[in-house]
Design a protein around this ligand. Structure first.
Ligand code: C5P
Ligand code: C5P
Ligand code: C5P
Ligand code: ZN
Length: 534
């Protein structure tokens, strides 16, 4: 059977066959939305293939992290959403016979190769816009279904997910054994086979079983990962991602269509949806609580139910059309440029098996919910959510989300208040210990375009990592990338020049540098960006 991304098929099959030869596998993944969904896809594929495994998460796959992994007694390690950029370190352990790596990643590979390495960049597919880590993991999962004695009925699946503690004392390892504490309760998989869908239809048991038999049901998580990595930044997913979307739609787990391009269509009450929508600024509505209320009150619609404002996802199509066209009219009459108005509509990715009005139903809200867990050392909670709300994970994730939103909002306020220091080709700020190093990149990206923070230069953000090291995050725009910007190279070269290391994607990358080297780092980065854009 052909896989979703033909160029990657041979590699995917080789990786899948290697995994099937393993007695057990250590699954290692990255702590963000894409890393979590990558792990959740791989975990379900391994479970269905009856391959025992344990899961660990790492903030960053540096020498220490790889050494910890090598110290376990696993002979086979599956890396998802990282690994390519660390092939130099991993390769040394492979040569030493510590483990065989299998990698499903989309980051810029280091200057070294290994046999079981699945990465779109090796086959001319863009890893920052066409396939995410979760997408690579999905391609692998599809191949695993083909080559393994796949058992689509999880009620009789082997106890693959019942991970052994391993005895290690690190946070990540404890995390994974907590996850397996669901004991006997995991009687069925993430979804039962014949749940009623929102449109009243029912996914037939045999249809769902087929989707599960070839792992196509996992396409929904792959799309959440891609959206979480901002691969739909231009309004919709492209390239290899489109093939995955198509498989998800065919499997009945995804619906797509043009919709209002606002964040929070599932969970935000209408006035908040409009007030917080600032990507396209609509005078008198964006950032204007009373204005948003007046706008909605002025429409001839029943937008409240039992005194509470309704949410976008609960409106009828007719009601949606009325609100959307009034919004467009308002934008036109207040002089918003046509190009901006076009951005009010984009492709929405709806997880059709998830309940209406929850974060899980909208790929963008789902990905933010996941970031709210993994970036706060609670990857176990995010993984539990992806695996079908194991152990009440969703409620815990929602609490973490409230905290995450507060942190993002405080961070953006801080950066906007203090502004960025302008160099010739880059701008930068140092958050010290005022923004967590795990979210400083998200804050930098969201602050771009605010007063004093230009969108015509890449932004570099520093935050304290520990006593001796500083975390660097950088964000650009797709327009700068078209002019030659490659932040992965900038972060890699500038960090190595000061004794650190880094990498990532052209449009978003990061690094770790020794404390005190920030100025030299900025100087070097400024030079490199200048060369790239000339
Ligand atoms: O490690 P990983 O590839 O998963 O992370 C990519 C990061 O880059 C995410 O935090 C994502 O939000 C960010 N990104 C961005 N703008 C883009 C593309 C990615 O800020 N256009
Ligand atoms: O947190 P994450 O990187 O997943 O956020 C992705 C995008 O979702 C942000 O760049 C932002 O545009 C949007 N977002 C938002 N409000 C939030 C969280 C995220 O508008 N509270
Ligand atoms: O941490 P941050 O969100 O800034 O990371 C942006 C991108 O750079 C992510 O894809 C991340 O995996 C990558 N990165 C990296 N090496 C680092 C730090 C970040 O490849 N040392
Ligand atoms: Zn990723």
């Amino acid at each position: 059977m052909a896989g979703p991304v033909p160029e990657l098929e041979d590699r995917a099959v080789a990786c899948a066959e290697r995994l099937c030869e393993a007695d057990r596998v250590l699954l290692a993944s990255h702590i963000d939305a894409d890393g979590l969904t990558s792990a959740a896809i791989a975990a379900q594929a391994l479970e269905r293939a009856a391959i025992p495994f344990e899961t660990v998460f790492e903030k960053q796959l540096d020498e220490d992290a790889v050494a910890d992994i090598a110290a376990t007694d696993y002979d086979t390690v599956l890396f998802t959403d990282f690994g390519s950029g660390q092939l130099d370190i991993i390769g040394d352990h492979e040569d030493a016979g510590d483990f065989t790596p299998v990698i499903a990643d989309h980051h810029q590979p280091a200057d070294r190769e290994t046999e079981y390495h699945l990465n779109p960049l090796l086959f001319g597919i863009n890893g920052s816009s066409e396939l995410s880590g979760a997408g690579a993991s999905y391609v692998l999962a599809r191949a695993l279904a083909d080559v393994s004695d796949h058992d689509p009925d999880p009620s009789v699946a082997a106890d693959g997910g019942k991970q052994t503690g391993g005895g290690e004392s690190s946070q990540t390892r404890r995390t994974s054994s907590e996850l397996s504490s669901d004991g006997g309760e995991r009687s069925d998989g993430p979804r039962s086979t014949s749940e009623p869908r929102s449109d009243g239809s029912t996914v037939t048991a045999s249809g769902a079983a087929n989707a599960r038999a070839d792992n196509c049901d996992l396409a929904a998580l792959a799309v959440v990962g891609a959206v979480g990595d901002m691969q739909a930044a231009g309004g919709e997913l492209h390239g290899a991602n489109e093939g995955i979307v198509a498989e998800g739609v065919a499997a009945g787990v995804l619906e797509t269509g043009k919709d209002l391009a606002l964040y929070g269509k599932q969970t935000r009450p209408l006035p908040k949806l409009l007030e917080y929508a600032t990507d396209v600024h609509i005078p008198g509505i964006s950032n204007d609580a009373n204005g948003a209320l007046r706008f909605l009150d002025g429409l001839d619609l029943e937008l409240k139910r039992d005194g509470d404002w309704r949410r976008w996802a609960g409106l009828t199509n007719e009601e949606k059309r009325t609100v959307a066209s009034a919004l467009v009219q308002r934008a036109v009459s207040s002089g918003v440029p046509t190009k901006k108005i076009d951005q009010l509509v984009s492709t929405a990715y709806v997880l059709s098996e998830e309940p209406v009005g929850t974060e899980l139903r909208d790929a963008s809200e789902f990905s933010t919910l996941l970031n709210a867990t993994a970036r706060y050392e609670r990857a176990d909670v995010g993984l539990g959510v992806c695996l079908g709300d194991r152990d009440g994970a969703l409620e815990r994730a929602r609490q973490l989300l409230r905290e995450h939103r507060r942190n993002l909002s405080n961070g953006i306020d801080l950066v906007t208040r203090e502004g960025a220091t302008q160099e010739e080709h880059v701008q930068w700020f140092h958050a010290s210990d005022e923004i967590r190093e795990t979210i400083v990149g998200i804050v930098a990206g969201m602050a771009m375009g605010n007063a004093g923070i230009s969108r015509s230069k890449p932004i570099i953000a520093f935050a304290d990592k520990n006593d001796d090291e500083v975390k660097v995050s950088s964000r650009g725009t797709h327009s700068l990338v078209r002019q030659g910007l490659d932040l992965s190279a900038v972060m890699g070269e500038a960090s190595r020049a000061v004794g650190g290391d880094g990498g990532g994607h052209d449009v978003a990358a990061g690094a770790t540098v020794p404390k005190g080297e920030e100025e030299t780092f900025v100087e070097r980065a400024d030079e490199i960006v200048g060369e790239q854009l000339s």
